[in-house]
Structure formats: structure tokens, C-alpha cells
Design a protein around this ligand. Structure first.
Ligand SMILES: Cc1ncc(COP(=O)(O)O)c(C=O)c1O
Length: 378
């Protein structure tokens, strides 16, 4: 499958940067030797030299605790490349690029990939980081009603004259626990030469074969996939996965990557091992499903309406912001933390309780949650 127009354009832009002597190339892997045989680093920000020291107790004693600088300066370490290859291998992408957070990944990727003259069709309930990336990009943003694939198709049709077209969506919305029609979005993008950007923050580790997410579950290959390590992987940071040209472009142009310290090599090592663990953790996913089903069953028994009908996100719509906070406080008084989510995180009048199942909710802990449901709503 040849890449859509927006990605073909990246290849041309990268060639132009190279011709002008402006392409920033990352160090070759063989130059990233961490045993004192590499160059003496004389351009880092590791002023007291702590970053170069291993972190006590780290699994690999040779791993420096800090990267010391942006990866474009001197912060590139072998551990970054290994983590990125592990992530790309897991998700069947060509490559990946680590960011310090999902917020940074989304703002950086969307604003670097799209620009003035482009049309970005964005789901109305996309995460703030995607919205901010759209705003920063200078592209024309068409906000499509939540999960409305028809509205997205119409917006793509109506923007045939645009320089380039993009569709940006989450794959499992964290506030509503619902999923767009990914097959239909893929088909629409392919038919109209648009690029599909999918944020899988809440789906990785949870859905799909080997926990590879909702796109994998639906047999859909997005052009750009964003994932975080702060959710199911239980760490911190994020990545953008996709074709090599996307990675090179972000390496050169994503401001939240270029102008930010590379993630700690200790974290990068942890990412590699968590990817392997997550991919193989069918037992963890089974425990997660068991908690989800027990919680859904109890809420159903109590006649409490849950917004979603699958996955670990079980939002209970309250409406009024104060009522949501009151309920949250009642849960707290029963020893259970359930956060009230209010505008502007969610639309006006749709305050809710954020309830999520996790694999850690077993035995007494799960019983305590189910008992609190009964005390609040019984
Ligand atoms: C869909 C989505 N994308 C991105 C992020 C941001 O990720 P991070 O917490 O790593 O900044 C979040 C976090 O809540 C999210 O829900």
C-alpha cells in the first residue's frame, strides 16, 4: 500500500532538508556505545555528571540515569533505540519515537505533521493534547461529532481542495469508553488520500492480540499511531509509531521532542521490558476483564447506567458538577477513590464519575469497590 498524500509529502520535505544541509540525522546505533569507547561528550546539560551515573539498583547497571540533553544534541542512547524497536515490533509499525509524555507526543506530532492549508478532521471528544496540537498546527480544523464516521467522510469530501487531509481520533475514548468505527475511517482515508492518526493511549495493553490495541483488534493499520507508557504499561512517557519518514520528520520538527530532554535511559530500558510483559500478559488481561465484568454486573444490578458497554472505562453520568463531587466524596468516605470529572474536561452538563476496572482490583479490593457501589446506589 503506497503511503497517503500527507506522508508522501513528508518524504519530499525530508529530501529537501537533506539537499539544503538542514536534515538532522540521529546518531548511528553503532556509535551509541555506552562502555567508555564512544566519544567524550562535551555538549550535554549533565552539569554535575549525575546523569551519566547508573541509577542504583537499575536492572542494567550500565544504564545511565539521565539522557543529559535533547536527543538531537547528546541525549541519544542505545536504550532509546531498543525501546523504540520493541514498541514498533509489538505494534507492527516500521518504527517509533519516544516522547516524555502523551501530551508532548500529541501536541508535537499533530502540530509537526499538519500545517496551514491542511484540513484536520478531529473527533469532538478528542483528548486536550490532540486539540492543542491541532490548534498549534495552523491547519483548518473540522470538528466532527463524536464517533460520527459519516460526518468525518463528509468533511473529507468537502475538503478535496485542501493541501493535505488528516483524520485524528482516539481508539478508545477515556471519558466515554467508546470506540470509533476504525475500519470505516481507514477506508475513508484510503479512498480520499487522507492520513489516519490514532491515539491508542487507553487501548494498548487492554485490547487486541497481544494487547496491541484497538487498531490491531480491528485489523486496521493507522498511518500514525500514538501510544503512552503511563497507562497500561505502568510507566511514564509516550511514543509515536509509524513509517520511517514520520519518525524522521518528528525527529526534525516536533518541537516537544526537539526542544526537550530525551527520556531517561532507565525509563527506556523499563519500556523494553514492559512491552514484552504486556504483550504476553493474557492473565493480566483476563484479571482486568474479570474486574470489569464484576463491576458492570454490580452496577447493572443496582440499576446504575454506565455510559460504555465494553472495556475498563465505566463512566457513570451524573450531569450536575456539584452532584458528581458529592458522590465522589461519598465514595471516598467508604474508602474508595472515584474521581468526579467536570467541565472543561467533559462537555457542560455531562459531569460524571470516572470509574475504571484494573487487573489490580481483585479479592478484598474488588469487594470494597462493589460494596461502595451498594452503599452509594443501593
Ligand atoms: C487519549 C489520551 N492521549 C494522551 C494522553 C496524555 O498522556 P500523558 O498522561 O502521558 O501525558 C492522555 C492522558 O490522559 C489520554 O487520555
Amino acid at each position: 500500500m503506497s503511503p497517503p498524500d500527507p506522508l508522501r509529502h513528508l518524504e519530499a520535505e525530508l529530501a529537501k532538508l537533506a539537499a539544503d544541509g538542514l536534515l538532522r540525522l540521529e546518531p548511528r546505533v553503532e556509535d551509541l556505545v555506552g562502555d567508555g569507547l564512544g566519544p567524550v561528550i562535551a555538549c550535554s546539560n549533565d552539569y554535575l555528571g549525575y546523569g551519566a551515573e547508573p541509577w542504583p539498583g537499575a536492572a542494567n547497571p550500565a544504564t545511565p540515569s539521565g539522557s543529559g540533553a535533547s536527543r538531537l544534541v547528546s541525549g541519544e542512547h542505545l536504550e532509546h533505540r531498543l525501546a523504540e524497536r520493541a514498541l514498533a515490533g509489538w505494534l507492527g509499525a516500521d518504527d517509533a519515537l519516544l516522547f516524555s509524555s502523551g501530551y508532548a507526543a500529541n501536541v508535537g506530532a499533530v502540530s509537526a505533521l499538519t500545517g496551514p492549508g491542511d484540513v484536520v478532521v478531529s473527533d469532538a471528544l478528542n483528548h486536550a493534547s490532540l486539540i492543542d496540537g491541532c490548534r498549534l498546527s495552523g491547519a483548518t480544523v473540522v470538528v466532527a461529532a463524536h464517533l460520527d464516521a459519516g460526518a468525518i467522510e463528509r468533511a473529507l469530501e468537502a475538503s478535496r481542495g485542501a493541501r493535505r487531509r488528516w483524520v485524528v481520533t482516539e481508539s478508545y475514548f477515556s471519558m466515554d469508553g467508546d470506540t470509533p468505527d476504525l475500519e470505516r475511517l481507514r477506508a475513508a482515508c484510503s479512498a480520499l488520500d487522507a492520513a489516519l492518526v490514532v491515539d491508542e493511549a487507553h487501548a494498548l495493553g487492554v485490547f487486541g492480540p497481544a494487547g496491541a490495541g484497538r487498531c490491531a483488534e480491528h485489523g486496521v493499520k493507522p498511518d500514525v499511531l500514538i501510544g503512552t507508557m503511563g497507562k497500561a504499561l505502568g510507566l511514564q512517557g509516550a511514543f509515536v509509531a509509524g513509517p520511517a519518514a514520520v519518525r524522521s520528520w518528528l525527529w526534525n520538527r516536533a518541537r516537544s521532542f526537539v526542544f526537550s530532554t530525551g527520556v531517561s535511559p532507565v525509563l527506556a530500558n523499563a519500556v523494553s521490558s514492559r512491552v514484552a510483559r504486556t504483550a504476553g500478559d493474557e492473565l493480566g488481561r483476563a484479571r482486568l476483564r474479570a474486574a470489569e465484568h464484576a463491576m458492570r454486573d454490580e452496577l447493572r444490578r443496582l440499576d446504575v447506567q454506565v455510559v460504555s458497554d465494553d472495556g475498563p472505562v465505566l463512566p457513570v453520568l451524573v450531569g450536575d458538577a456539584r452532584a458528581a463531587v458529592d458522590l465522589s466524596q461519598r465514595f471516598f468516605s467508604y474508602g474508595v477513590k472515584v474521581q468526579a470529572i467536570r467541565p472543561p474536561t467533559v462537555p457542560l452538563g455531562s459531569s460524571r464519575l470516572r470509574i475504571t476496572a484494573t487487573a489490580a482490583l481483585t479479592g478484598d479490593r474488588l469487594d470494597r469497590v462493589l460494596a461502595a457501589f451498594g452503599r452509594v446506589w443501593g
